[in-house]
Ligand binder design. Structure first.
Ligand code: GDP
Ligand code: GDP
Length: 435
């Protein structure tokens, strides 16, 4: 589980420009593999070997012209609750605005690391203009240029130095950790209540409560599992304002803390872009995924309905289509047991280790039969392969010219792997290395 860093600030100060700079290199690699357009407001970054998750809170603001201050306040409050550190960005071109002051007021009371980032300091002559931001009362500031990158090294040095050390996950506890995630109103709380068999889903009104996702142990349907309780504390009164942003912020921590995500989808609303965002959050974090199409009791069905729905979802999640989809109803309790059983299976697959000899015996003949196509007249020879001793499935293929392996061949290998070993719902990684 990595630290979460949120970038806050009013519109147009340059948050998304800087965000893209920080995640660019890594995301580009991921995108090339999957060919999927992704959520551009959440990504992973690292500096000096320390990894962190980055959220561009501004990405969730709709219609930045008529943005309400209250809405920004709300987002900043959420960011404060959910993030481990905050970068507050202001704009040297426009100087201090009323909204900046308001955000600064909220941030001064926070006891998490806050970094005041003065953006658009593209040239040295703007450096002294930046000094006015001292008056925000947030202490030292970091002058940067999101466009040309200057100043960002000092900022990132200070950021990663201030990030708390994340304790290693408890290796002794072999129980699956399930996180129930999805859009607002998809039926997450109903599912949790159905799973734990009682209506003890706690709702409190404590404002500004800070807490980590908490694992609670359950035994139901003959399975032991931990439920990563995200919405355990949620503020009914306030959640209306920014449901989407709220659910994404909540999902991030829950997902990072889980082994398997139960992605609850409202069958009456479909598998839309917001659901996909959450799906890719889980995939990007190498978490197991089970898609639960909920409220199936409300859907008028004929013989083709389930198939068509499934097909639609698989089109949206390509190329990672090897994911179990279960149609449930938390009202009639239909297939609730099946849902948890499937999640347990995914958990097991995700921790599976394939013996090296068995793996080679299977994969080498496949490779011999369908070798990597020659590239620029060069032939790639794959000598042997193995699963890495990592927590999530990663496979390495040793060969003479790894740089000539193209994405389609990587996908071919992944598909063969999935054909022969059950990795349904499990993101896997395939590498080619020189030997
Ligand atoms: P956001 O609304 O805070 O996410 O801001 P954007 O990243 O969309 O940037 C708003 C505008 O500021 C865009 O026109 C950017 O090109 C510009 N911008 C961002 N960073 C810089 C910078 O470092 N220097 C200058 N001169 N312009 C910048
Ligand atoms: P959450 O925001 O994702 O936690 O969603 P809730 O669990 O609060 O459910 C939102 C609404 O959908 C509530 O009115 C539930 O009663 C309703 N709901 C949840 N699951 C089902 C279901 O399987 N069938 C039907 N008909 N309604 C459901």
């Amino acid at each position: 589980m990595s630290n979460i860093v949120a970038i806050v600030g009013r519109p147009n100060v340059g948050k998304s420009t800087f965000f893209n700079r920080l995640i660019q290199k890594r995301e580009a690699i991921v995108d090339a593999v999957s060919g999927v357009t992704r959520d551009r407001h959440y990504g992973k970054s690292d500096w000096n070997g320390k990894e962190f998750s980055l959220i561009d809170t501004g990405g969730y603001v709709v219609g930045s012209d008529d943005i309400f201050e209250a809405e920004i306040d709300r987002q900043v409050e959420l960011a404060i609750e959910e993030a481990d550190a905050i970068m507050f960005m202001v704009d040297v071109e426009s100087g201090i605005t009323g909204m900046d002051e308001e955000v600064a007021n909220l941030l001064r009371r926070v006891n998490k690391p806050v970094f005041l980032v003065v953006n658009k300091v593209d040239a040295a002559n703007r450096l002294h203009d930046a000094a006015e931001f001292y008056s925000l009362g947030l202490g030292e500031y970091y002058p940067i240029s999101g466009i040309n990158g200057s100043g960002s090294g000092e900022l990132l040095d200070a950021l990663v130095a201030a990030l708390p050390e994340k304790e290693e996950e408890d290796e002794e506890d072999e129980l699956p950790r399930f996180a129930v995630v999805g859009r607002p109103n998809a039926g997450k709380s109903s599912l949790i209540n159905a799973l734990i068999g009682e209506d003890r889903y706690i709702v409190t009104d404590i404002a500004g409560t800070t807490r980590d996702a908490i694992d609670t142990k359950y035994n139901r349907f003959g399975f032991d599992f931990n439920l990563v309780d995200t919405a355990g504390i949620r503020r009914k009164a306030k959640v209306k304002e920014n449901l989407e942003f709220y659910s994404v912020m909540r999902s991030i921590r829950a997902i990072e803390h889980s082994d398997v995500c139960l992605l609850v989808v409202d069958a009456t609303r479909g598998f839309d872009g917001q659901v996909q965002n959450i799906f890719w959050l889980a995939e990007k974090n190498s978490k197991g995924i089970v898609i639960l199409v909920n409220k199936w009791d409300l859907v008028e069905k004929d013989t083709q309905t389930t198939k068509a729905f499934e097909k639609h979802i698989r089109e949206q999640i390509a190329p990672f289509t090897d994911v179990p989809i279960v149609f449930i109803s938390t009202v009639t309790k239909q297939r609730i047991f099946k849902a948890i059983e499937t999640a347990v299976d995914v958990f097991k697959s995700r921790s599976r280790k394939i013996q090296t000899s068995k793996f080679n015996d299977l994969m080498l003949p496949i490779i011999e039969h369908t070798p990597p196509p020659a590239y620029k007249g060069k032939f790639v020879k794959i000598k042997y392969c193995m699963q890495l001793p990592t927590k999530t499935p990663q496979f390495v293929f040793f060969c003479n010219l790894p740089q000539y392996i193209r994405d389609p061949y990587k996908r071919f290998i992944e598909n063969k792997l999935r054909e022969h070993f059950d990795f349904s719902g499990v993101p896997i990684k395939v590498y080619f290395r020189k030997k």
